[in-house]
Design a protein around this ligand. Structure first.
Ligand SMILES: Cc1cc2nc3c(=O)[nH]c(=O)nc-3n(C[C@H](O)[C@H](O)[C@H](O)COP(=O)(O)OP(=O)(O)OC[C@H]3O[C@@H](n4cnc5c(N)ncnc54)[C@H](O)[C@@H]3O)c2cc1C
Length: 254
């Protein structure tokens, strides 16, 4: 199972509203043809800081303007654009690392208390396939874990209403699923909605995109990069996506 990422949302730039503001201020904005909504949002946010419109606007293109913002460390301007992604086919081990990113990220993840994992699937780590013995041990552990999950759930369901489990239905389910999920492994497949702004994504790409031994992380970082690069190439033009000799992707600064 491979990570699959859907871009399900993003910031809109309301050019009409901005132009209306500029008309009222008797200012003009020389727009770069072909700049995307996200790129224009960042450019305009930067220009507002200096009101560099009209005579005060330099002949820089949108891409050059954004490059200069980044080079100068004026990166808070990049926080005005964000995207929302749905990640599926990723492991809980991966999402545990992902949710450590506290700034400029928001998360909504599949619950193992509200969602029963009787049909759980597992994300096979890269490199396991290199060893038939390791692969067999892994498949065995997954099967035992899933079976144990179902045995625990079924056994505790039989105790519904007993003195130790006298809970209302919702809390009863939460209690028995909590007990059962404790045997599920890090490899359990999960789904998570992630919203991140451009500045935070750049930081994520920096610290997570090029770790040789973490294939799943590199795969997700690279796919996120592909998606946002289409949305706003100027915001990520200093990153390059290449592959390692084993054909897995790696994301690094140029
Ligand atoms: C190779 C690698 C190995 C790792 N190993 C471990 C590990 O063994 N154990 C472990 O627990 N974690 C580990 N991590 C996770 C790591 O410590 C971070 O929690 C994670 O990468 C998120 O990064 P961040 O804090 O920079 O991001 P964010 O939380 O998004 O923060 C972004 C930036 O905001 C600033 N910031 C955020 N919060 C604060 C704050 N409280 N005070 C001051 N500045 C702040 C910092 O500049 C930070 O870089 C590892 C990460 C990597 C990349």
């Amino acid at each position: 199972m491979k990570p699959k990422i859907y871009l399900i949302g993003g910031s809109r730039f309301n050019a009409e509203a901005l132009l209306s503001f500029l008309r009222e201020d008797n200012a003009e904005w020389l727009r770069t043809a072909g700049a995307t909504e996200a790129e224009e949002m960042v450019e305009v946010s930067g220009r507002i800081c200096y009101m560099s419109f009209g005579a005060k606007q330099s002949p820089r293109s949108n891409a050059d303007y954004i490059r200069n913002l980044i080079d100068q460390g004026h990166e808070s301007v990049l926080e005005h654009v964000s995207w929302t992604f749905l990640l599926t086919g990723v492991s809980r081990a991966f999402t545990h690392q992902l949710v450590r990113h506290r700034i400029g990220f928001s998360f909504s993840q599949l619950s193992q208390q509200y969602h029963e994992e009787t049909a759980a699937t597992f994300v096979e780590p890269a490199h396991l396939m290199l060893s038939p013995g390791a692969l067999a041990a892994w498949h065995n552990a997954m099967a035992v874990s899933k079976e144990s999950y179902n045995v625990i759930l079924d056994s505790l369901k039989e105790l519904n209403g007993s003195p130790g489990l006298a809970l209302q239905e919702k809390e009863f389910k939460r209690a028995i699923r909590s007990a059962a999920r404790s045997v599920l492994p890090n490899a359990t497949e999960t789904k998570i909605v992630v919203t991140a702004n451009a500045r935070s994504l750049r930081h994520f790409f920096d610290v997570r995109g090029s770790i040789p031994g973490d294939v799943e992380m590199r795969e997700v970082a690279s796919e996120l990069f592909r998606l946002v690069q289409t949305e706003a190439p100027a915001l990520f033009s200093d990153f390059a996506l290449t592959t390692l000799p084993d054909e897995t992707p790696i994301l690094s600064r140029t």
